[in-house]
Design a protein around this ligand. Sequence first.
Ligand code: UDP
Length: 149
Amino acid sequence: ADQQTDAPEKERERTLVLVKPDGVARGLVGEVLRRVEAKGYRLVALDLRTPDREVLGAHYAEHEGKPFYEPLLEFMSSGPVAAVVVEGERSIEGFRSLAGTTDPTTAAPGTIRGDLGRDWGLKVQQNLVHGSDSPESAAREIGLWFPGL
Ligand code: UDP
């Protein structure tokens, strides 16, 4: 049977995961996806690309005007990003738990940021991954990164 269409509605909750340029440059895409799949989520779309300012401006619209906004856009457009749509019951919360807190220096060991990240000079900018923070953000971000999905 087709897993996708037979899955109950809750199993189809989707979240947008990004492996940021630091994660791609360090060769950690496989490690991040391994953790996502090992947790039991499904990958439903996957793409490697260097995002343009338009996508990034929309993606980080809530942070516009903050001191870290411009440097963040600069960093996020500095190289390829792995964009991934992840699916499964409570995948939004679940991935954020896998990712750990924003500051990789103090993120809990066992998390992606806690195990693999640290401060490289801009405190919390290079923290390896992004995960949508709510169903509304997930829908908006998936539409932005994967129009037509
Ligand atoms: N960020 C930053 N400086 C800050 C706060 C955040 O460079 O002081 C970056 C960091 O890469 C973070 C992203 O902006 O992941 C989005 O911030 P948010 O507070 O939404 O954190 P997240 O949800 O990614 O943990």
